[in-house]
Design a protein around this ligand. Structure first.
Ligand code: GLC
Length: 784
């Protein structure tokens, strides 16, 4: 993107905190009557507003408010996966001042006048979260100066009392630190190349956050796709508020107190991530762009020649015929099927980029099937006046599909036959904010109307869900086209619920140390927002990196679910060997380590699928009671057992590492440390400080150049005994490729080691992994 445009976007995108004053808004009126049904109470207010509280589970309550009019009958969200919840046990008591809902876990106390909602723990009656003022709305247009499109809707807001030591986490993809206290954010999916810390908004919208105070956590999912705002006490000592430029006040309140429990419920509500194919955990290489086909082969050969593991190569936009999606350039890629077969024999898969912009032929006689069919079927977006909406993207003048139409999604999904017939293994959805070079702010699209399940709404509502629905169309298409294979989709833009359809990467980062340091809070925050399969362009996308930066970047990403080196068209080459043998050798060490850890990584990934608890975690997720972890974002954990503390600055070879309670083994030396303290460790360039929790077992497999290269017939159980000499783990295995795991075709083995002897405990599932032996290696080392 051109720098001038980028500057304008920065200026237009920044919202002054002073404009964010919700205290002048109209407040919802007091409660005058109440209607109770199976799991809902509806409150009628003096100003004709209505509030609905629905008890979905003992720890999950939905709050909906409609200002000065009844709650609309239509209730639809693209984010929600589960609408039918069995009614939990609950009761209602009505006093003259307050109405109280009680479940086994939560107590919701509603003050009638003014209308204030308070959530408490049902057992301790401790306040978890309470309204600082009644829910508010902007009838008089007081926030018009801040609003992006004042005509699109009415600003709605909810304001909560800010706890003195309350911490805030989540909100999906934000270029910010882990703890979001004292910050404010805007959600408006935006193409933001070269973003740095503080740039907001960027590509995705996940309006879900977790509040944590004195070890007790709750969650709030504000399911509103309009441009939304979250202010965690940035401009006030009293309040944390959220609001949106239209749509409903509609939020879900989750009670923990454990964050892991909240993430599980959030996954139940918005969908669990399905397992991608196991090879998606393999190493991936990309470039804008590798072409022609012989260059792709060269990249793969180079990987193999240099003994660097590789599973996937990405084809960026230049594989297409003039950037026409669903085509291949006949000169550059005359035989895509032949190419994918050939690479397949070397254990490498191809992923192709697919952007939303469908090129509009400039010559009337030109036939382009995707354009012609979409036009004929009336699947493209239009302006309110009926004109076709024509944004400009890589192909020049283009059109976008209205993915809110089910038939359009189906058609788009089916078009992927052009790829599956050619052996393409996965799809990379990019530019789906949607990016428009005519204007990145979205101003040029404000009058674009979407079908939206018959509701016919404008860009203000549909922008933030565009990427979600495009990824959905892609995922469902791949599922139909190849029912016996797990789809693999990567997306840039998203809305809540995206984990049902796609993995993600963090877009166009810089090749700088600052951007590298941002990887950790971004990956962990995404994990705390229901998106477990995350990663970043290894080495950074824009600018000139160097060997040291690339090595340190791999030392973060070799354990991230998505591990892909990618680079901008005019950037310096940065494949692992480009800075010389010294650096390449270190990178090889980490890529090989990743492959040997696949049994451990896959087990942890399956946990994310099943429980919603991510693989790549901030320490506070595992040590929720430990305040020292609350804003620790230069370290991370993989699952419960592996702690990693990378170097994120140049020319640094020593750092402080925080070890939480318990005992820890230095991964490299097996030296044992007592936790609950900071230690200082050596970290020369070839070493990333890593520690294993005492009591853990890290299962590893044989060295591999790619997933499936040889049978995993020996699994090494790397045992790190606790003080009693015991350790345990579970090991998850399945075919790694088909959806059969969904029907129980997997094996989960509990392994316990005591006194050097391995006992396999209960086994779940029907999958037969074939003959394989467990090799027990008990670690011991000096104690410190
Ligand atoms: C966008 C993507 C980037 C890609 C480029 C060309 O900038 O974020 O990854 O290489 O477009 O397709």
């Amino acid at each position: 993107m051109n720098r001038f445009l980028a500057l304008i976007w920065i200026l237009a995108g920044s919202v002054s905190v002073f404009a964010q004053d919700i205290t002048t808004l109209e407040k919802i009126g007091p409660v005058i009557s109440l209607v109770k049904s199976d799991k809902t109470i509806t409150l009628n207010c003096q100003d004709n507003s209505q509030v609905q509280l629905t008890i979905l589970a003992p720890d999950l309550v939905r709050v909906r408010a409609s200002f000065t009019k009844p709650i609309p009958a239509r209730d639809h969200s693209w984010a929600i996966a589960k609408v039918d919840w069995p009614t939990p046990r609950w009761n209602l008591s009505e006093g003259s001042d307050v109405i109280t809902i009680a479940t086994d876990e939560l107590e919701v106390v509603i003050r009638r006048s003014p209308l204030l909602i308070e959530f408490r723990d049902a057992r301790t009656h401790r306040v978890l979260n309470s309204d600082e003022r009644p829910m508010s709305y902007d009838t008089n247009g007081q926030l018009n100066s801040m609003m992006f499109d004042p005509k699109a809707g009415m600003f709605v807001a909810a304001s909560k009392r800010l706890g003195f030591d309350e911490h805030f986490y989540g909100l999906g993809e934000k270029a910010s630190r882990l703890d979001k206290r004292r910050s404010s954010f805007v959600n408006w999916n935006s193409d933001t190349p070269g973003y740095n810390e503080g740039r907001d908004p960027i590509y995705q919208t996940i309006p879900f956050y977790i509040g944590l105070q004195r070890g007790v956590a709750y969650g709030i999912f504000f399911d509103n796709s309009y441009r939304s705002y979250f202010n965690f006490g940035q401009s006030s000592q009293q309040r944390a508020w959220f609001g949106a430029e239209g749509g409903e006040m509609n939020y879900y309140f989750f009670y923990g107190p454990a964050i892991k429990k909240i993430l599980g419920r959030y996954a139940d509500l918005t969908g669990h991530m399905p397992l991608p194919p196991l090879w998606a955990l393999g190493n991936q290489q990309s470039r804008w762009s590798y072409y022609p086909d012989t260059m792709v082969e060269e990249v793969v050969n180079e990987y193999r020649r240099r003994d660097l593991p590789l599973d996937v190569v990405h084809l960026d936009i230049d594989y297409m015929h003039g950037y026409r999606v669903f085509t291949f350039d006949k000169e550059r890629f005359p035989d895509p099927k032949g190419l994918s077969d050939k690479l397949g024999r070397q254990g490498v898969k191809l992923v192709t980029i697919v952007d939303p912009g469908v090129k509009q032929p400039q010559d009337k006689n030109e036939r382009y099937h995707a354009y012609d069919q979409g036009l004929e079927k009336n699947f493209f977006q239009h302006r309110r006046n009926g004109d076709l909406f024509v944004p400009r993207v890589w192909p020049g003048e283009s059109v976008f599909v209205d993915y809110t139409m089910p038939e359009a999604r189906r058609w788009w999904g089916d078009l992927h036959r052009a790829y599956t017939d050619n052996g393409i293994a996965g799809i990379w959805n990019d530019m789906n904010e949607p990016s428009d070079f005519v204007g990145q702010t979205g101003k040029n699209q404000l009058d674009v109307v979407s079908y939206d399940e018959g509701e016919k709404t404008t860009h203000a509502k549909n922008r933030n869900t565009f990427g979600l629905l495009m990824a959905r169309a892609t995922y469902e298409g791949l599922e139909r086209l190849r029912p016996d294979r797990r789809p693999y989709v990567i997306t840039r833009a998203a809305y809540a619920g995206i984990q049902r359809y796609s993995t993600m990467w963090t877009g166009d980062t810089n090749s700088t140390w600052e951007a590298l340091a941002l990887n950790i809070p971004m990956f962990t925050s995404l994990g705390l927002s229901g998106e477990p399969f995350v990663g970043s362009d290894v080495g950074g996308f824009i600018g000139r990196g160097n060997g040291e930066l690339l090595v340190r970047s791999y030392q973060v990403s070799f354990l991230a679910p998505f591990c892909r080196n990618h680079k901008v068209i005019d950037g310096y080459d940065q494949e692992p060997w480009r800075f010389g043998k010294y650096y390449e050798d270190i990178i090889r060490k980490y890529l090989k380590l990743r492959y040997s850890m696949l049994p451990f990584l896959y087990t942890t990934l399956e946990e994310a699928h099943r429980t919603g608890v991510p693989l790549f975690r901030p320490l506070m997720l595992n040590y929720q009671d430990d305040e020292s972890t609350y804003n620790l974002d230069d370290q991370f954990m993989i699952g419960d057992d592996l702690l990693v503390a990378p170097i994120l600055k140049p020319d640094v070879t020593r750092r402080l590492v925080y070890l939480p309670a318990g005992s820890w083994y230095d991964y490299w030396t097996n030296r044992k440390y007592a936790g609950g303290t900071m230690i200082s460790v050596e970290a020369p360039l070839d070493t990333v400080p890593m520690f294993v929790r005492a009591g853990a077992i890290i299962p590893t497999g044989p060295p591999l150049n790619y997933v499936g290269e040889k049978p995993v017939d020996t699994i090494t159980l790397n045992v790190y005994p606790d003080d009693t000499g015991a350790a345990s783990t579970t090991l998850y295995e399945d075919d790694g490729l088909t959806p059969a795991y969904k029907n129980g075709n997997f094996r989960r083995t509990t392994i316990i080691v005591r006194g050097g002897e391995a006992l396999t405990g209960p086994v779940e599932g029907t999958y037969n992994p074939g003959p394989r032996k467990f090799n027990v290696v008990v670690k011991s080392g000096p104690r410190r």
